[in-house]
Ligand binder design. Structure first.
Ligand code: GLY
Length: 332
């Protein structure tokens, strides 16, 4: 078995750019200097999001951020692109269904004032992130689930839409024919889109949305609609988002932990690494336990890390737009 260091060495190749940029973002990354609100923001606006689909999502977010729009509007409009892409089989329209053939969606959103909204187990609505925003802005609650979330969405003017595309239906039928009747867990079916951003005013916001684990048990809800698990934003400190096996992220309060680690002086990269280490230490069986974190601090420094190889993030800023391969702890 290869050592952790060897694995990191393999993963570090694609991460050189990330490390260079974070080093450029701010010189002072001492652990003795916790990030506080009054520090100068070196990079803004900036947006980062999970996986390859983050490139198109970032484009939509950048349209808003580059015109002095808010981070909240940017992350909502950004992830809507992925939700509405029928070719993407892990988010919104075209998402792979649960084992009974239902596409059920989870999403949450959080702003710089710690306002947040979420929907869980929502069906037949293409853009759950916008329903989550309505929950945040138009109700005294944080989360609506199931039929209640659906009825609320209709009341707010959202349209009932069949989310099960022919492509996803066919994949599900193939799975039914060839697989054991259990949820599958692998690297392909866990590509939630999580997006975090800082706007020109220096405010942070984040959004997270998914159709969840493919062929999951009917009724299963993952980390993506849970504030503190799939997403957390503290405007004094930074923001973090998770992707991967939601159960592991919930068990470790993943995104909240990343933000708390930054509060105590860790860089975004170090915070993501420690959160991944915690996932690993809390699970005896790590088979297919892929989890990845992205983090952004108040200064615009960012980082990402994952349990297994293959996780990447899309980054957009005035001076650059690129994909970054995350460092990781293990190979598949
Ligand atoms: N992280 C997405 C899920 O587990 O549903």
């Amino acid at each position: 078995m290869k050592s952790r260091r060897e694995f990191i060495k393999i993963g570090a190749v694609g991460t050189a750019a990330l490390l260079t940029q974070t080093a450029c973002a701010a010189d002072d990354k001492s652990e003795d200097n916790p990030i506080i609100a009054t520090e100068t923001i070196a990079i803004k606006p900036i947006v980062l999001s999970t996986w390859n689909h983050g490139i198109d999502a970032n484009k939509a977010a950048w349209e808003i951020l580059s015109k002095n729009g808010t981070a909240l509007d940017a992350v909502e409009q950004g992830v809507r692109v992925t939700e509405s892409d029928p070719e993407n089989q892990s988010v919104g329209l075209g998402g792979l269904p649960d084992r009974d053939g239902y596409v059920t969606l989870d999403a949450c959103i959080m702003d710089h004032n710690s306002n947040c909204g979420a929907v869980a187990y929502l069906q037949d609505i293409e853009n759950p992130i916008s329903v989550a925003r309505k929950v945040m802005e138009d109700t005294p609650h944080v989360m609506l689930a199931g039929d209640g979330a659906f009825e609320f969405a209709l009341e707010k003017g959202f349209t009932k839409t069949n989310l099960l595309t022919e492509k996803s239906k066919e994949a599900w039928l193939n799975w039914l024919a060839e697989s054991e009747y259990e949820p599958q867990i692998n690297s392909e079916n866990h590509d939630t889109i999580g997006m975090i951003a800082i706007d020109e005013s220096g405010n942070l916001a984040g959004a997270c949305t998914t159709s969840g684990m493919a062929y999951k048990l009917h009724g299963r809800v993952g980390d993506s609609p849970i504030i503190g698990a799939g997403l957390f934003v503290d405007n004094e400190i930074g923001a973090a988002c998770a992707t991967g096996v939601g159960e592991a992220v919930i068990r470790t309060a993943g995104s909240a932990i990343v933000v708390e680690l930054m509060r105590h002086g860790k860089t975004p990269q170090e915070a993501c690494e420690e959160a991944v280490a915690r996932i690993i230490s809390k699970h005896k069986d790590l088979t297919n336990m892929q989890v990845g974190f992205i983090a952004l601090n108040k200064k615009g420094e960012y980082g990402c890390h994952s349990v297994y190889a293959g996780f990447n993030i899309a980054v957009r800023h005035t001076d650059f737009e690129e994909m970054v391969d995350a460092q990781y702890e293990m190979e598949w």
